[in-house]
Design a protein around this ligand. Sequence first.
Ligand SMILES: NC(=O)c1ccc[n+]([C@@H]2O[C@H](COP(=O)([O-])OP(=O)(O)OC[C@H]3O[C@@H](n4cnc5c(N)ncnc54)[C@H](O)[C@@H]3O)[C@@H](O)[C@H]2O)c1
Length: 127
Amino acid sequence: MFAEERARVAVLDVDDNSGEETIRLIKGSGGEARFFKADVSNATEVKNAIDQVETVFGRIDILVNNAKAIRAEADPEAARRAAESCHPANRLGWPEEIAQVILFLASDEAAYATGSVLSIDGGYTAQ
Ligand SMILES: NC(=O)c1ccc[n+]([C@@H]2O[C@H](COP(=O)([O-])OP(=O)(O)OC[C@H]3O[C@@H](n4cnc5c(N)ncnc54)[C@H](O)[C@@H]3O)[C@@H](O)[C@H]2O)c1
């Protein structure tokens, strides 16, 4: 969605396949993106990746921290159902539902919104 708005997107991911897949999807829809491998739980790797992003793109205007902790589940389907059952909406969120809100916060329409905390969790924290 950011690429559709002509943002140049730097994708950080610990997993080469996931990172490259994201780049493929963005470029496939005409966007501009580069993959930088980094484990976001490792401060040195993050700093090195950010330095590379600034070298390649010149600056960073919008930063989205959205990595998921990798945990091996014995039964991924049961884990998904358990996670869904915790939500008032009875489902997990779609990436687009998160990206739309981030895009709005980064837009001119939200220029006067600063330092706000906005939950995008299907009502989970409001229960
Ligand atoms: N989808 C939901 O409804 C939901 C609900 C609660 C929380 N979340 C949170 O939202 C975020 C994204 O969820 P998602 O469903 O899009 O996850 P996803 O599994 O689709 O994507 C997570 C990505 O993060 C990468 N990653 C994992 N560990 C990393 C690390 N240490 N460093 C760099 N990259 C790493 C993975 O390789 C993967 O590409 C996560 O923080 C998740 O916990 C999502």
